[in-house]
Design a protein around this ligand. Structure first.
Ligand code: ADP
Length: 304
């Protein structure tokens, strides 16, 4: 039982300063830190720490940043047979953070823009039960990955982030669509930042009309809603002292994929994913905040 992740790997360069500079202004910052990142890598690590075997497909540059990310995959025990080195530089996110927590981000896709799907990934990985993708690699390759995974009998999960238009065929090949409030709203032609539970269910129904099957809309500290052909469910968020919600969505997607790969009922998978999302919000950063299976299980059992 394992999870196959098709996605991006980035080096996050984070600068910290009192305020964000105005256009044309130069300011003195406090420090620069480097972290592994990219939604693909975050979700692969989230799924692995949540307890499943993970195989990742992605691209890095033939450079020191690529070597650094490759070493992270190795140290997390993620199968890296399908990580390709390209002539493009490793993907980079340049992140500016102010004291009050505002941020600005520029992403250079670099090697991620060269990530390609190959049939060999599926034919050589018979134990994969779940295929998981996001949209930081070319959508045409993501669509092939989801379509071929579906045809090979895998359970497919798409987290459409960063958001872009999805065609009906991609929605139909996706078993679980996991979007946050802004992404879900965008997909039905709205620009809304916050949704109530009821509004989210209405949007999920609209997404089903457009071809989606099972829809999960995450609602930050409120929790998440789930809709399939028979029922809708609301899973409240665990109450935590949130310090940094970066990667809460990635923790949720990775943990959900792990629970589904173990054929757990969807109600349980949603709870497991919510605990992972909440735990990720209690620590700073992306990868350092992704919880272990044991942390997730103790949060679920302590609050049942
Ligand atoms: P994204 O990071 O993609 O915007 P969300 O912010 O909706 O995604 O978070 C994903 C999930 O993580 C939520 O559905 C919730 O279960 C959990 N979560 C996020 N923020 C918090 C929080 N402040 N407290 C508790 N759980 C949270």
């Amino acid at each position: 039982m394992s999870v196959l992740v098709f996605g991006s790997l980035n080096l996050d360069l984070v600068t910290y300063a009192d305020k964000l500079p105005a256009i044309g202004e130069t300011i003195v910052g406090e420090k620069l830190l480097k972290f592994p990142g990219g939604k693909g890598l975050n979700q692969a690590i989230a799924a692995r720490r949540a307890g499943s075997e993970v195989l990742m497909v992605g691209s890095i540059g033939n450079d020191a940043d690529g070597d650094y990310l490759f070493d992270i995959l190795k140290s997390e025990n993620i199968d890296h047979r399908f990580i390709t080195k390209t002539s493009e530089q490793t993907g980079i996110a340049v992140i500016e953070v102010s004291k009050s927590g505002e941020n600005r981000i520029i992403i250079i896709a670099g090697a991620n823009s060269k990530t390609k799907f190959s049939d060999e990934v599926l034919t050589s990985s018979p134990l994969v039960t779940v295929s998981l993708a996001q949209l930081e690699t070319p959508i045409i390759e993501v669509a092939k990955f989801i379509q071929k995974s579906k045809a090979a009998g895998k359970i497919t999960i798409l987290n459409p982030a960063p958001i872009q238009k999805l065609d009906e065929a991609l929605l139909q090949d996706t078993d679980y669509l996991i979007a946050n409030e802004t992404e879900a709203s965008f997909l039905v032609g709205k620009a809304v930042e916050h949704l109530s539970k009821d509004e989210a269910v209405i949007i999920a129904k609209q997404l089903q009309k457009n071809g989606a099957k099972k829809v999960i809309i995450t609602l930050g500290a409120q929790g998440s809603i789930y809709l399939d052909q028979e029922k809708d469910l609301f899973t409240p968020a665990y109450k935590v002292n949130a310090v940094d919600t970066t990667a809460a969505g990635d923790a949720f997607c990775g943990a959900f994929a792990t629970a589904i790969s173990e054929h757990k009922p969807v109600e349980y998978a949603l709870k497991f994913a919510s605990a992972a999302g909440a735990l990720a919000a209690t620590k700073a950063g992306a990868v350092p905040s992704l919880p272990s299976q044991q942390e997730i299980l103790s949060m679920i059992t302590s609050l049942d």
